[in-house]
Design a protein around this ligand. Sequence first.
Ligand SMILES: [Zn+2]
Length: 217
Amino acid sequence: MEGSIESRVSHEVDNWLRWVPRWRPGTHRGRARLCRQCFGSPIVAAAGLATDVPHAVQHALSMRMKLVIDASVDEYTDRNLPLLSRELRLNEARKASTEYRPAEGLEPEFKGLDLDPPAAPDAPYLFTFGELANAEEPVDVQPPPPQLSLEEKAAIRAELKLADDYAILVGKRVCAELAEHRERIHRAVSEYVEPQVKALLADLESALDSPLWPSSG
Ligand SMILES: [Zn+2]
C-alpha cells in the first residue's frame, strides 16, 4: 500500500462507498457478542457511523481503516524495528507452512464476521468453516524457533511498545482524516442504508398490526 495516510484513508473510503450500495439487511446473521473491532471504536465515531447504523456497514469501514493502520505500522516496523520485523517474518514463514485457514485472506467486509451462513434446519452442514477455523493448530513440522535470551526478549518487547505507540498515533491521524470524509459517508448512509432500514421497520410494524396479532386492549 503506497502513499500518505490522507490518500490511503481517502482511497479506502472510496472502496467502502463502492461497497455500500450492495449492502442488504440480514446479509449477516445477528451476533451474540459485541464486535471488538467496532464497539466503542473511535474510528466508527469519527466516521459518524456510531448511531443507528447497522453493524455490517460500520464493520466494513472499520476493517478498511484497520488495513490502513496495519499497513502503516508494518512499514514503520520494517524501517525502524529490526528485531520485531525479524520475529514477524519468522512467524509468517511458520504460518505459511501450515494448512488452509478459512478466516484468512478474506475481503475486509467479511473479516471478523461469522464465517458460515445459518444452516437450513432440513440441511445441516457436515462441517462448517467456523469449525475449520477453530480447529486445533496443525502439528508444526518445522524445527522450533531458536530460544531468545532475556536481553533479546527485552529488546523485542521495547520494539513492540514502539510499534504499539505508533499504531495509536496512526489511529488518531486516521480518525482526524475520516472527519474530512464524514459528509460523503453520511450521504451514502442516507441514500443506501436508511431506506432499507426504514422498509424493514415498516414491514415489521405492518406484521404486528395484522389481524394475526390482535392488539390487546
Ligand atoms: Zn464489527
